[in-house]
Design a protein around this ligand. Structure first.
Ligand SMILES: Cc1cc2nc3c(=O)[nH]c(=O)nc-3n(C[C@H](O)[C@H](O)[C@H](O)COP(=O)(O)OP(=O)(O)OC[C@H]3O[C@@H](n4cnc5c(N)ncnc54)[C@H](O)[C@@H]3O)c2cc1C
Length: 393
């Protein structure tokens, strides 16, 4: 058996997810992409096989198998269908607020139905005028008796219209900058909540991306996450832990593209032999495989750190590095896969053009690659390596 860093139990679960992905999700992937329809059948499949549970502790009905395995599951599904991999990544993104900052009562109320997949969830931070600069948001939340009244809108929200639970960020004190933002759990059937638009996209076509409007929407104060003013810190802590989910999606795309290109190269012949026998093609394949493995190293390292209870700046940096590397590898490797297939790579009949379109979003959402670099550099500048200067000068 090839060397494997996962434990026997983790390997067994990965095998189950891999088989499910290959046998049940892969045959649907091209259709999901072409139809632009949300894959409710894949959601149902994940519910039946308790795949959403891989993201949650046993206390909430999950498997309690940890972060590394959750990332491996997202990678395995994304190898065949990035939209389906995103179902898992966003279930994590949308529920992390509850996991990290929810009260016992809030968690008991919501997490079991999210862990089973009965309710899908979403994370609503971005607005038309505030993406990377999320603190510039305009949505407001005003306390009124036992409720907060929310007014404003959110843009580009994954799972818009299919999620039942949204983690929504709004300004409770518009003059207090980062400290004036608060986080709420919002149920989709709350009066004043509306999905006003769904976006057609380049890739991840089966996933919904939409605009939310809040018009005098009353949210019970009991749905405030943490304290008033904690919202920005909660949003950033969520992203620290959710970005690796996007990294896992990206890595799955990259490995899926590499595996497909390899098999194609063994069968396509030019100049009297399979293109896999041409050294320039071999060099591409070697670079693609090496880049995937390097990206996997950073991603799994994050998973092990999270499972060991590491938190704070060290985890922030590891998360940003995993997202940066995996996203860039997904884009570069899927582009090379298209090149290896030549003209066939460019047409819809072959999956690599879908991989290439799906890869691009992993360099954009949950913080662009530029923002990841800012985060990594910020943490580097915070760290002390003063010993290097000792004795100089
Ligand atoms: C398909 C899709 C799904 C999404 N899902 C969600 C979701 O579920 N929830 C959610 O809240 N948001 C979601 N987003 C929003 C996404 O996170 C933002 O689009 C992203 O953070 C970038 O913000 P922006 O689009 O406003 O770009 P901008 O912030 O306007 O950035 C434009 C460009 O400038 C660069 N830039 C910005 N600031 C700096 C800086 N200080 N230094 C250097 N370069 C900089 C950026 O990297 C980018 O290249 C989604 C977006 C898409 C397209």
């Amino acid at each position: 058996m090839p060397w494997d860093e996962l434990t026997d139990e983790q390997r067994e679960i990965r095998e189950l997810v891999r088989e499910l992905a290959r046998e049940r999700v892969a045959p649907r992937a091209a259709e999901i992409d072409a139809s632009h329809e949300f894959p409710w059948d894949v959601v149902e499949l994940f519910r039946e096989h308790e795949i959403f549970g891989l993201l949650f502790d046993e206390e909430w009905g999950g498997t309690g198998t940890g972060t590394l395995l959750a990332l491996v599951a997202i990678e395995e599904v994304s190898k065949v269908c990035a939209t389906s991999g995103l179902l898992l990544a966003v279930q994590e993104l949308g529920s992390l607020g509850l996991k990290l900052a929810g009260t016992q009562e809030q968690r008991e109320r919501y997490l079991p139905r999210v862990a089973s997949g009965e309710s899908l969830c979403a994370y609503a931070l971005t607005e038309a005028g505030s993406g990377s600069d999320s603190a510039a948001m305009r949505t407001t939340a005003r306390r009124d008796g036992d409720d907060y009244v929310l007014n404003g809108s959110k843009r580009f929200i994954t799972n818009a219209g299919v999620a039942q639970l949204y983690t929504v960020f709004a300004k409770t004190d518009p003059d207090a900058g980062h400290d004036g933002i608060s986080a709420f759990v919002v149920e989709a059937d709350t009066p004043g909540f509306e999905v006003t638009r769904l976006e057609p996209k380049m890739g991840i076509s089966g996933s919904t991306t939409g605009e939310l409007a809040f018009d005098g929407m009353r949210v019970p104060a009991a749905n405030l996450l943490g304290e008033e003013g904690d919202g920005f810190r909660i949003a950033m802590r969520i992203l620290d832990r959710s970005r690796p989910g996007v990294a896992a999606q990206a890595l799955g795309i990259a490995q899926g593209a590499t595996d497909y290109a390899l098999e194609y190269a063994k069968t396509r012949e030019t100049m009297g032999r399979p293109i896999a026998q041409h050294q320039l093609i071999q060099a591409k394949l070697a670079d693609m495989e090496t880049e995937c493995e390097a990206a996997r190293g950073l991603l799994y390292r994050f998973g092990r750190m999270a499972d060991d209870g590491v938190d704070g700046p060290e985890l922030t940096k590891a998360s940003a590095m995993a997202k940066l590397k995996c996203g860039d590898v997904a884009m570069a490797v899927s582009t090379e896969a298209v090149q290896i297939l030549g003209g066939y790579g460019y047409i819809r009949e072959y999956p690599v053009e879908r991989f290439m379109r799906d890869a691009k979003i992993t360099q954009i959402y949950e913080g662009t690659q530029e923002i990841q670099r800012l985060v990594i550099a910020r943490e580097m500048l915070r760290e002390s390596r003063a010993f290097l200067l000792a004795g100089v000068g």
